[in-house]
Design a protein around this ligand. Structure first.
Ligand code: SF4
Length: 479
């Protein structure tokens, strides 16, 4: 399961933006490893470097030096199903009659085909199948008839789905979050400018201060001289649809989302997991690294409740099995678990074990882990999962799996328990998620665990009124 993208936008007071953008992309590397790109503007023209590969491989000193200008945007991307797709690497940049545009997109539109067809009928020619180009064309067209803010609003009225965008129009950098705020986007302050980024960890990397999240439906316009920003609340949606998996899995634990440190949210989810389905065992261990915060919260709550359980590492990760290890087939995925994880026998042998992970997607890893622990001498193996069963795919920007590949799509929890051959298996409930995140169901996207989506996805059910959100006030105020 992979986040598909991370985005960043920076405007500085004179200093070149390329290096800060590069460092920010490093901080967001976990959100996409297939391609990396930066587009800057020097006041006269755009400069662009987009390449396949990790951030460290995509840039060298020469091409960073050629990215002139104190403003810019950047993007890291994970491939869609089917692998490498060079044409969709971002930022997408192009020059129109209305000026130059660069766009970096995290999310997925649900009406991109419809908008593309309309624009094609008006004579727009597309070079990629991606929805980011659709947004770029629509915005470029609107910029011919309206100022920047009205043009963005017209595009937001037209496109539907999940998007956090950083945009550069000539030397102006913008950040936009979809009206339901599905994917994160935050605003930070630097000594000499401002930064927009998918996660606050990127702001930290630049020694900046997190100001706040960009609000759902909000446009942030950074001043070209790095002196400030303007906020425009362009659309007020009656409900939000934050992706709960950002808190569970995708975001870095050291990022702050919705005012809460992701690490703390995961520990609280682990505590809830103990409350709901705790079982006393000799040892509680995480699946590294994804289960660590959950397992620590779980073990802490267990010991507070009087259980005498040790919290220990029982599986060591081989950190050098890198992203180049591509695992397209089931057989290779099974082998990968043995390459990546090695059990610590002294923690496991002759003991009852609770192993804690954040989620189960296909079930391959869980089956292999139980087998590894059994081979290492565990007497009992209980698996606890810090999210509900994933029963449906994600259409909103996460590379998850098809319905057929999801182990929980057509099995009961008892059936999965039998398949992975654990003594017991329990997942966290949706109610525990909403409680731990301090949200109602109506605030969150829970599509992959309920099969009901907050957007009108063709052929799928929805959990709300998905008529387009009301068009809200258009306000303009510096803050
Ligand atoms: S379907 Fe799941 S992974 Fe996708 S946005 Fe919704 S909660 Fe997140």
């Amino acid at each position: 399961m992979h986040e598909k993208c991370g985005v960043v936008g920076i405007s500085l007071d004179g200093r070149e933006a390329a290096r800060p953008l590069y460092y920010s992309l490093y901080a967001l590397q976990h959100r996409g490893q297939e391609s990396a790109g930066i587009v800057t503007h020097d006041g006269f023209q755009q400069h662009e470097h987009v390449e396949m590969g990790l951030v460290g491989d995509a840039f060298d000193s020469d091409n960073l030096a050629a990215l002139n200008g104190p403003q810019g945007i950047g993007h890291v991307r994970y491939p869609t199903e089917g692998g490498v797709n060079e044409c969709c690497a971002q930022p997408f940049s192009v020059s129109f009659k209305s000026g130059s545009l660069g766009l970096a997109h995290n999310g997925n539109l649900v009406n991109a085909d419809e908008v593309r067809e309309d624009l094609a009928a008006l004579g727009h020619a597309f070079t990629s199948a991606g929805d980011t180009e659709v947004i770029a064309h629509d915005l470029a067209r609107n910029l011919l008839e309206a100022d920047l803010v009205r043009a963005v609003k017209s595009t937001m009225d037209r496109i539907h789905g999940s998007y956090s965008l950083t945009i550069m129009h000539d030397e102006t950098v913008l950040g936009v979050r979809d009206p339901q705020g599905n994917r994160p986007l935050c605003l930070g302050e630097l000594d000499d400018g401002y930064v927009l980024a998918s996660e606050s960890a990127a702001v930290d990397t630049l020694d900046g201060e997190l100001i706040r999240e960009v609000k759902p439906g909000e446009l942030i316009v950074l001043a070209p001289d790095g002196a400030g920003y303007d906020s425009y609340q362009l659309i007020d949606a009656p409900q939000t649809a934050h992706c709960f998996f950002e808190h569970v899995y995708f975001a870095r634990p050291d990022s702050i989302i919705d005012g809460e440190l992701v690490y703390d949210a995961r520990r609280e989810l682990g505590r809830q997991l103990w409350e709901e389905s705790g079982i006393e065992t000799d040892v509680v261990m995480p699946v590294p690294d994804s289960g660590r915060a959950f397992a620590s919260g779980y073990a802490e709550a267990a010991n507070e409740a009087g259980a005498e359980t040790e919290f220990a590492e029982g599986l060591m990760k081989n950190r050098y099995v890198g992203r180049t290890f591509i695992m397209p087939t089931q057989d290779e995925r099974e082998r990968a678990v043995r390459l990546k994880l090695n059990p610590i026998k002294s923690t496991i042998e002759g003991r009852s074990v609770t192993i804690v992970d954040d989620s189960i997607v296909r079930g391959t890893t869980s089956t292999q882990l139980v087998s590894l622990l059994r081979d290492a001498g565990a007497e009992e193996i209980h698996m606890r999962v810090g999210s509900p069963p994933i029963v449906a795919p994600c259409y909103l920007g996460i590379d998850m799996a098809s319905r057929e590949e999801l182990i929980a799509a057509d099995r009961t929890i008892d059936g999965i328990e039998a398949e992975i051959e654990a003594e017991s298996l329990s997942y966290l409930s949706i109610d525990a998620i909403t409680e731990a995140l301090n949200r109602t169901r109506a605030d969150l996207c829970l599509g992959c665990v309920t099969g009901e989506y907050p957007y009108d996805v063709e052929g799928e059910a929805t959990d709300r009124d998905v008529t387009r959100p009301s068009v809200g006030r258009e306000t303009s105020h510096g803050d």
